[in-house]
Ligand binder design. Structure first.
Ligand code: VG1
Ligand code: CO
Length: 549
């Protein structure tokens, strides 16, 4: 057959370009770095060489709408065609949330997906860009796949790409590049259908429209179109329920990180106002969620525990949970629930990829991280809007407020006072030396007293995957005390400026103890003593953390 298309170009690259392995979820750098000649292209070349099944395979592609998305989609389509893929599925305007991408990969039996997002990092020409790679199970690429992609970038000499093509992403439709088909679909619809299978929309609709006004902040990022169709469409909430609902290239200057610092407007509405009974926000790519009630902030570790304890009220989970999992720094609140439900509870390193094997082998149904991430076996990513619907369904069934639900939970299971302190943009050198010095002190801590309690374990967390036996070590320093209190310190794998040090603090108070303290006060002794031991303020020169959750 005669092809009217020109052959793909071979572009020579001079030197290896990645200075370090991609972090917790993909490659995340400043937009400026991604604009360097052949930078994006080199990473994509490595992905397309390493991802199994590219010949004749189907790939899912989209992003959170940030600056750089459109150009990246164009480049990836042309490179995918040059690598012999049969088809790439992308979406109108390239808008695709991370959980929706995970769902599409699974339903279309794709070889994987490329999601263009730096998640909760800021966007725009002066912000960050990122490339996440997902495998055929719909989840973030495994450690070994990420490693192979990284090694491949170190010896690349050329990449393959088709010359520029004219493909509009404005409407749904089909195009071709060489022998490859490009299908542009509505990126929202399939996701809404999936949610309708898991939740009882009629009951939620009745509940929120009776006397339970809700508000959702999309922070000008990817969840806007999804949330509008869900809340203002299917669930009949009034127009205006979704704030900042149009994805903007620079997120309108907002930092799309749903926490009390960056989603301040929403937090004020709920914590200092009386207009709404429930508020929620998601991050740039839609996989994180923050839950607020009137006068009440829900700690994400507690959120996971509440979902697990009440899952029988949600149609999609009424048959019970296979098991649960949490990342190591996440509080043990869900462990207590799992105990009572008599199901297993796994502790994994930070990063969603570690839940993949447990979900795939049907050992768990729910999982979560302290970093505003909760999810289930319905996809292989954490899912922000799913968590919001889960909360709404529980409250619709129990006819109660967020604050009441939290009180009920603690008075049944006890309370895990919990906080995360982030020290952002400190120098790499200072961060590494602080970390290494603390690590060297750990062996002598075991059996000694710390903050008035005996230290029962002090180590650097090592994880052995229960399914494939693979070992991942050095996943965070932890000090565990004999009353269950825990202190964890790790360095972030998603920051782009210097290093970010994360300190996680946890203290358990049983159901008959004082459940009504301010978390920072309840944790004050641990905070003081870890600062002295790890020399955080003296070494960083910072008197307080950048963000407290
Ligand atoms: C952070 C969170 C981690 C999360 C990761 C990706 O990583 O702590 O729990 O899985 O971001 O989230 P780190 O290494 O910076 O602590 V997302 O929403 O950026 O995909
Ligand atoms: Co995210």
């Amino acid at each position: 057959m005669v092809s009217l298309e020109p052959n793909p170009f071979r572009i020579t690259i001079s030197s290896p370009f990645l200075d370090q392995k991609p972090g917790t979820s993909g490659l995340r750098k400043s937009s400026k770095q991604f604009e360097q000649t052949n930078y994006l292209e080199s990473f994509i070349e490595a992905i397309l060489r390493i991802l199994p099944g590219t010949q004749e395979g189907v790939l899912v592609l989209g992003g959170d709408g940030r600056y750089g998305n459109r150009r990246a989609i164009d480049v990836i389509l042309r490179m995918a065609a040059a690598h012999g893929l049969r088809k790439v599925i992308t979406t109108v305007d390239g808008i695709l949330s991370t959980p929706a991408a995970s769902h599409l990969i699974r339903t279309h039996k794709a070889i994987g997906g490329i999601i263009l997002s730096a998640s909760h990092n800021s966007g725009g020409p002066d912000g960050d860009f990122g490339v996440k790679v997902n495998g055929s199970n719909g989840g973030p690429a495994s450690e070994s796949l990420t490693n192979d992609i990284y090694l491949c970038t170190q010896k690349l000499e050329e990449y393959l790409i088709y010359p520029a093509q004219d493909i509009s992403l404005r409407n749904i439709g089909k195009y071709s590049i060489g022998a490859m088909e490009v299908e542009i679909i509505d990126g929202v619809e399939d996701y809404i259908l999936l949610m309708q299978k898991l939740f009882d929309f009629d009951r939620i609709k009745n509940f929120i429209n009776r006397d339970f006004p809700i508000v959702f902040d999309a922070l000008n990022a990817v969840t806007g179109p999804y949330a509008k169709r869900l809340f203002e469409g299917s669930l009949g909430a009034p127009e205006g329920t979704v704030r900042n609902g149009i994805p903007l290239e620079d997120f309108g200057g907002l930092h799309p990180d749903p926490n009390l610092t960056y989603a301040k407007e929403l937090a004020d509405l709920l914590l200092n106002g009386d207009l709404y009974s429930f508020g929620a926000a998601c991050d740039g790519d839609g996989d994180r969620n923050m839950i607020l009630g009137n006068g009440c902030f829900v700690n994400p570790s507690d959120s996971l525990a509440v979902l697990a304890a009440n899952s029988h009220l949600v149609p999609g989970y009424a048959e019970g949970l296979l098991g649960v999992a949490r990342s190591m720094p996440t509080s043990s609140a869900v462990d207590v629930v799992a105990d009572e439900l008599k199901i297993s509870c796994f502790e994994t390193p930070t990063g969603w990829k570690f839940f993949g094997n447990l979900l795939d082998s049907s050992q768990i149904t729910l999982c979560g991280e302290e970093s505003f991430g909760t999810g289930s076996s319905h996809v292989r990513e954490k899912d922000g809007l799913w968590a919001v619907l889960f909360w709404l369904q529980i409250m619709a069934e129990k006819q109660c407020s967020v604050a009441d639900l939290m009180k009920q939970h603690w008075s049944r299971f006890g309370r895990h006072y919990y906080s995360r302190h982030d020290y952002e943009a400190i120098s790499q050198e200072k961060a590494f030396s602080l970390y290494e010095t603390l690590e060297s002190k750990l062996p002598s801590l075991a059996g000694e007293f710390f903050a008035g309690r005996l230290v029962s374990c002090a180590d650097n967390f090592l994880y052995q995957d229960p399914v494939d036996g693979s070992i991942t070590d050095r996943q965070g320093l932890r000090i565990v005390l004999d009353d269950g209190s825990r202190l964890v310190i790790r360095l972030s794998g998603t920051g782009t400026k210097g290093a970010t040090l994360r300190l996680y603090l946890e203290r358990y108070v049983s159901a008959n103890g004082d459940l009504d303290q301010n978390p920072q006060e309840a944790l004050s002794r641990l905070i003081r003593e870890i600062d002295a031991l790890a020399e955080i303020s003296s070494r960083t020169g910072m008197n307080s953390p950048t963000v407290i959750t």
